[in-house]
Design a protein around this ligand. Structure first.
Ligand SMILES: NC(=O)c1ccc[n+]([C@@H]2O[C@H](COP(=O)([O-])OP(=O)(O)OC[C@H]3O[C@@H](n4cnc5c(N)ncnc54)[C@H](O)[C@@H]3O)[C@@H](O)[C@H]2O)c1
Length: 451
């Protein structure tokens, strides 16, 4: 059965969740594009949007309509061509409405697994829990015995799911990044026995969804989280080291600055932890510890934050919840102080000034991430800046050097452990999925290591 045939009957599990709703959006738009082709007029399309929560599914429907409208607006030229036989559709607004109605008519929200019967492609995006995923997929496989499964797991080895459910290779890791409709990166992970036709189909679909595919091997955490989790542990290790002098909140503030301003990343490491969610990061570390021999990934700071109920994550509308950092207008405005049991605002007192003073002068040539993003001389400017980081005596520059070298070590190990097939794949995931300006395997790390 080819991709077109499989795209007639699709299910998304966890469709009301953060990832599931984005995946459902991409598929509803793709299925509608197929549906309006004259050659597909005899096919029936159904996208089963499954979630345990009926209430959340109502939210999904209200989320999808405006989002599909945006997609239709952006695709107006292609849609006008696709609808050229429809004389009743004159204005752009007629075309957009027709397409949105088509896409919405495909979506079948349900809290009952049984309604997926006959699905041929199943996207799984439920909670990151191996036993629950295996249990749900087993139930589904009894109803949809021919389906291919595309799991969005962030960390669980695909072989564990494949063998746990008994899918015989009808599964592939299909790791979208958040939010799936916007992020271009897709990590594709085969289990020990993923069937070649599943890989082919997953690759073809990724192309249609305009995703940039990077292959990762089936080792817990894969490339993206394999790097990110260890990067977190480096930062929290530095926080522990600096806490005596700067206080824990002051050290978090300092390392957030080092990871954002000094390394010129789009956000600091603690902001990124909040974006993903403190609890999600802890789950991923637990799964990696369970499945990677000889390495324990756990973090005392994250554990204590979670114990205090500090979780981060996002509201349904995508805005950032307070986490390790406090946010005002979407920007960091304070740090949670575990000792005090509340947020210490940047604007209150001189505690951030003490950390800034400790970091010292910023090496020359520094620029904001956004300013360099589209700069044609980005590489040259980064090389000059990191040259200055290498030669600076300032304490902050030293922290940046250690961070840069550690980030490269982590990336090199992902290659030598066989998680990634090449340095280019690690760099590709970190630049496309995390929007770093430069991959962790870079010439700057060598420059600062030699200093
Ligand atoms: N959030 C991210 O940044 C991110 C990025 C990449 C991958 N992932 C992975 O995607 C998956 C989903 O993560 P999320 O952040 O969207 O979580 P989420 O909590 O936002 O969504 C999970 C959804 O699954 C539903 N659900 C739970 N159990 C279910 C069941 N038995 N049957 C049907 N629905 C069920 C929940 O009601 C919820 O709506 C996880 O495997 C996660 O690791 C998350």
């Amino acid at each position: 059965m080819d991709l077109d045939a499989r795209l007639e009957k699709v299910a998304v599990l966890g469709a009301a969740g953060k990832m599931g709703s984005g995946i459902a959006l991409l598929l509803a738009a793709e299925m509608a594009k197929q549906k309006i082709k004259p050659e597909n007029k005899d096919r029936t399309y159904a996208l089963h949007a499954i979630d345990v929560s009926d209430e959340a599914l109502c939210g999904l429907v209200s989320y999808l309509r405006p989002q599909i409208t945006k997609i239709a607006e952006k695709s107006i030229v292609a849609l006008r061509e696709a609808y050229k036989g429809r004389e009743d559709l004159v204005e752009n607004s007629d075309i957009i409405t027709a397409f949105v109605d088509e896409a919405m008519s495909v979506v079948r929200p349900s809290s009952k697994l049984e309604s997926t019967a006959g699905s041929r492609l199943i996207f799984e995006a439920i909670i990151e829990n191996k036993d629950i995923k295996i249990d749900v997929l087993k139930k589904l496989d009894a109803i949809c015995p021919d389906a291919y499964y595309l799991t969005n797991t962030s960390s669980i080895p695909i072989t564990v799911l494949d063998e746990g459910v008994g899918l015989g290779g009808r599964i592939i890791g299909y790791h979208f990044y958040n939010p799936p409709a916007v992020q271009k990166l897709l990590e594709l992970i085969s289990s020990k026995s993923t069937l070649p036709e599943v890989v082919e189909l997953g690759t073809e679909l990724a192309g249609r969804l305009r995703k940039k595919v990077f292959l990762a091997n089936d080792i817990a955490g894969f490339i993206g989280n394999g790097h990110f989790m260890r990067d977190i542990l480096h930062a929290t290790g530095e926080v522990a080291r600096l806490s005596g002098e700067l206080g824990e909140a002051g050290a978090v503030y300092a390392m957030n600055r080092v990871s954002q301003d000094y390394l010129i990343r789009p956000m600091g490491i603690f902001q990124l932890i909040d974006y993903v969610g403190v609890d999600v990061c802890r789950f991923i570390m637990q799964v990696m510890t369970e499945h990677i021999e000889g390495e324990t990934l756990e973090d005392d700071l994250l554990d204590r934050m979670a114990e205090a109920g500090v979780m981060g994550g996002q509201y349904a509308n995508g805005s950032q919840k307070d986490g390790i950092l406090k946010y005002e207008g979407g920007r960091p405005a304070g740090v949670y102080d575990l000792e005090k049991g509340g947020y210490r605002l940047f604007a209150d007192g001189d505690w951030t000034a003490k950390s800034d003073e400790k970091l010292g002068a910023m090496p020359e040539g520094n620029a904001a991430w956004r300013a360099l993003l589209m700069d044609p001389k980005k590489e040259q400017k980064l090389a000059t800046y990191f040259g200055n980081v290498a030669s600076s005596d300032a304490f902050g520059a030293g922290l940046a050097r250690t961070y840069l070298v550690r980030a490269k070590e982590i990336a090199d190990k992902l290659v030598s452990d066989g998680v990634a097939n090449s340095p280019e794949d690690v760099n590709g995931v970190m630049t496309n999925g995390f929007y770093h300006l430069y991959g962790p395997i870079n010439e700057y790390a060598g420059l600062v290591a030699a200093a």
